[in-house]
Design a protein around this ligand. Structure first.
Ligand code: UD1
Length: 424
């Protein structure tokens, strides 16, 4: 990610205080795409200030929407959608740009776009998206690197059985089906909270979606969607990141504006490792860690409600200083250990074999120069550096900015010695 900025961290400081969790990137992006379907001005509150969200707004502008931001509120006026082409540069900027396909096709019956970028986690095909949209009547051709998609007679409902509960494919189908002719049934749908958030928003717009959060989602197509106002759910991965930062520094934090029910895939692991965590009313979560953590024996990433792949890197960082050995099995992506060689520079003892990583906890880490290669892996380096003795310097900050709002300001406010250097 092209900027020369670095995060400079002097590790060894215990985090203490209160930290607010921002809105979920992975909810905000499909919600912004959904705004294309509403004929007018949608208002999104708790919309995180992230470079990926900025990229989604640039896509919306290309399509003829008017976007504006005031604080954490983003307004998208899709009354005059006139475009249906997403420029290659924006498609390459982030993989989730593919979620615009279902929305644009639903609104204009045509969409022209290139293959999405953001493949730093290994191969990330879009075959499930394409096959599902074809079942709904879309004609999709691939020419000169472009996907030419049309729905000559409009999209129509279909019964779609996903071979894997893909988050992006489930979202694309919901978006395409919301205003399609007839009823769509998605079997083996993804069950992530972001799917429920999207369904909630679309239903506010007049869609008829039931079953979101379960394995079968039914979407009864309606003629037209109207604009609505919505608040983005809290980011469960940022919540987990801050919890890991507290845990690795033997800290004590209160997280606010989070949703404890969304983090049950990893919260019990933190507790088993020796953290004391209490959710209490009003979206607050208290964590306190006073001793060296105990390594969890095995962690397998799974679709929601299992242990999230997006949290795996954070936990490899955490386990690198725990007492004992942990085995990680990454079942979702085939290249999600790129942060490991960087953790090893800090003194971690980790061996990777295919989709398995064995982390042998060491007593101490020591600061080093590190390079982030992707978003969550980058956050894992920050987490480990907070516990490492001496100074660490992390480059590749652009990756971290895709999913964390000014991470250095947030962590500094609870006692970390972290600063950002260099030009954006
Ligand atoms: C979303 C999240 C990402 C998270 C991932 C899994 C967003 C913006 N991103 O990504 O942070 O890590 O869910 O929880 O919400 N697959 C195919 N063919 C397809 C689609 C997916 O083979 O057409 C495979 C992928 O290569 C991957 C697996 O399915 O191995 C999971 O992908 P998917 O659930 O689609 O993840 P994303 O929606 O890309």
């Amino acid at each position: 990610m092209g900027n020369s900025q670095k995060l400079v961290i002097n590790g060894g400081r215990r985090l203490e205080g209160e930290l607010q969790v921002h809105g979920a990137k992975n909810s905000a992006l499909p919600l912004l795409a959904a705004a294309v379907l509403a004929h007018g001005e949608c208002v999104f509150h708790n919309c995180p200030m992230l470079t990926d969200v900025d990229a989604a707004c640039r896509i919306l502008s290309c399509l003829g929407c008017r976007c504006s931001r005031s604080g954490d509120t983003v307004c998208v006026d899709s009354a005059n959608v006139c475009g249906n082409e997403i420029p290659d540069a924006l498609m390459r900027e982030m993989r989730s740009s593919i979620v615009f396909l279902g929305a644009v096709l639903g609104r204009t019956s045509r969409c022209r776009l290139t293959f999405p970028g953001g493949c730093e986690l290994g191969a990330r095909p879009i075959d499930l998206h394409i096959a599902a949209l074809r079942e709904m009547g879309a004609v999709i051709r691939e020419e000169h690197g472009w996907l030419e998609c049309t729905a000559p007679g409009g999209l129509r409902g279909a019964r779609i059985s996903l071979s894997f509960p893909s988050v992006g494919a489930t979202e694309n189908i919901m978006l395409a089906a919301a205003s399609a002719e007839g009823t769509t049934e998605i079997q083996n749908a993804a069950r992530e909270p972001e799917i429920i958030d999207l369904a909630d928003f679309l239903n506010k717009c007049g869609a008829k979606i039931s079953g979101a959060g379960g394995s079968t989602i039914v979407v009864e197509g309606v003629k037209r969607l109207e604009p609505a106002e919505h608040s983005v759910i809290p980011d469960r991965i940022v919540t987990g990141t801050y919890l890991c930062c507290a845990a690795i520094t033997k800290g004590e934090l209160i997280l606010t504006r989070c949703e404890p029910s969304h983090i049950m895939g990893y919260l019990p692991v933190l507790e088993a490792m020796g953290c004391r965590i209490y959710p209490y009313g009003g979206g607050k979560l208290y964590i306190n860690c006073t001793r060296r953590l105990t390594a969890p024996p095995t962690i397998r990433t799974m679709p929601y409600p299992g242990f999230p792949t997006d949290i795996q890197a954070l936990f490899t960082a955490l386990c690198s200083t725990a007492e004992g050995t942990s085995v990680f099995v990454e079942t979702i992506f085939d290249n999600r250990y790129r942060h490991v060689p960087e953790l090893i520079r800090l003194g971690a003892s980790i061996k990777v074999e295919g989709r398995v990583a064995v982390v042998q906890g060491v007593e101490r880490l020591s600061g080093a120069k590190l390079c982030a290669g992707e978003l969550r892996g980058g956050a894992a380096l920050v987490t480990a550096a907070l516990a490492a003795e001496g100074t660490s310097e992390i480059s590749g900050v652009g990756y971290i900015d895709r999913g964390y709002e000014s991470i250095e300001i947030a962590l500094r406010s609870v006692g970390a010695d972290i600063s950002r250097t260099g030009q954006p």
